[in-house]
Design a protein around this ligand. Structure first.
Ligand code: AMP
Ligand code: MG
Length: 350
């Protein structure tokens, strides 16, 4: 299949290209497009065959459900069994934005989308291209991240082309994603709302609207791979660059010492070492390929750089990536969650 590349600026939408992309989706095709979180790979959520193409293009396990994207709150009603007041309040506060809400699904949602669950995950993205595309199709769009399963999520058009060129009908290439990490997934089907995946909207922000919010206790634990997680996608190997990743966390100075010591050991064994760190610490790492996620003072920027840097390491021939931990506050929780998965739970506390 020859992929059509649709190049667009988010501040200068090309309505002809939007129509073209929308038509591909309406025809049952699969089209990647930018959102504020990461690039998504979209198809008509009401068309089983079209949705199956997403799983095939990504190599995504069929038991990992997809998020359904809408362009307004009004589009949600037919897709769910019931719409609790609390969910509407959330939508009004955080949509469009990086919050995915899990509700009981209606018959309209095919089981391929929900991977057999009786729930559906819904989100309205905060991105002019994504919104225009969804509006133009007049359809709910099922869209997971537009990467080959297991790889770091794509935050730039070139990442999508790298993974999916000639595997999908179209790729809309826009600007780089502003948030750079996937949405927060919040389960609203239980007694107390529960975060199944941390993301751009923090627990603290959700609690201002909902009162109490729980966090899936298995979120950052290896048990997730062994137990049956509530968010099936969380059990798979994720975000992994080719090199082995190890997180070193703790106070700044022991972390730096440990990374320097480990780097030397690995280099003595003939390994090539990468270090993922911060603006404040990068000058400590010599003789390795060091990359900064940004200043520790700006976790939003750190979040937007993580997936890009993990992919950049794939272009080097490092065998091992030693990464500093991030403080688990605000979006730092989501950053640590993704790094922990990229590291396959290899964490050293100093
Ligand atoms: P991705 O689209 O690649 O960012 O992955 C979507 C995430 O949402 C995965 O972790 C899924 O497991 C999760 N998800 C999607 N639908 C549901 C659902 N109905 N219930 C719980 N989690 C879901
Ligand atoms: Mg994904």
């Amino acid at each position: 299949m020859k992929t059509v590349i649709l190049d667009m600026e988010e501040n200068n939408l090309d309505s002809n290209l939007i129509k073209k992309g929308a038509q591909m989706i309406k025809n049952g095709g699969v089209v990647a497009f930018p959102t504020e979180t990461v690039y998504g790979l979209g198809a008509n959520a009401l068309d089983t065959e079209a949705v199956q193409k997403i799983f095939k293009a990504k190599g995504r396990p069929s038991d990992n459900p997809l998020i359904v994207h809408v362009s307004s709150i009004d589009e949600v009603n037919p897709l769910v069994k019931a719409l609790p007041k609390s969910a509407i309040a959330l939508m009004k506060s955080f949509w469009p934005g990086p919050l995915t809400i899990v509700l009981e699904k209606s018959e309209k949602i095919p089981s391929v989308v929900s991977a057999g669950l009786d729930t559906v995950a819904l989100r309205m993205p905060d991105h002019p291209i994504a919104l225009a595309l969804i509006k133009e199709t007049l359809l709910p769009i099922a869209a997971p991240s537009a990467n080959i399963s297991g790889r770091p999520s794509p935050t730039k058009g070139e990442h999508v082309i790298e993974d999916l060129n000639n595997r999908v009908e179209g790729i809309v290439v826009g600007d780089d994603c502003h948030v750079g990490l996937e949405s927060t997934v919040l389960d609203m089907t239980g007694e107390v709302p529960m975060i199944l995946r941390p993301g751009g909207v923090t627990r603290e922000a959700l609690e201002t609207v909902l009162g109490k919010v729980e966090v899936d206790p298995n979120l950052n634990s290896k048990e997730h791979t062994e137990n049956k997680p509530k968010s099936p996608g969380m059990k798979y190997t994720h975000y992994a660059p080719k090199a082995k990743v190890i997180i070193i966390k703790g106070e700044e100075s022991p972390v730096i010492s440990e990374i320097k010591k480990m780097s030397q050991n690995y280099m003595d064994q003939g390994s090539k070492v990468g270090v993922l760190c911060f603006d404040e610490t990068i000058s400590n790492y010599q003789g390795v390929i060091a990359k900064s996620m940004g200043s520790r003072e700006n976790l939003q920027i750190v979040a937007s750089n993580v997936f890009r840097l993990l992919r950049e390491f794939d272009k080097t021939d490092v065998d091992i990536i030693l990464t500093e931990g991030v403080e688990e506050k605000e979006i730092g929780q989501a950053v640590m969650n993704r790094l922990t998965k990229a590291a396959a739970y290899r964490i050293i506390s100093v």
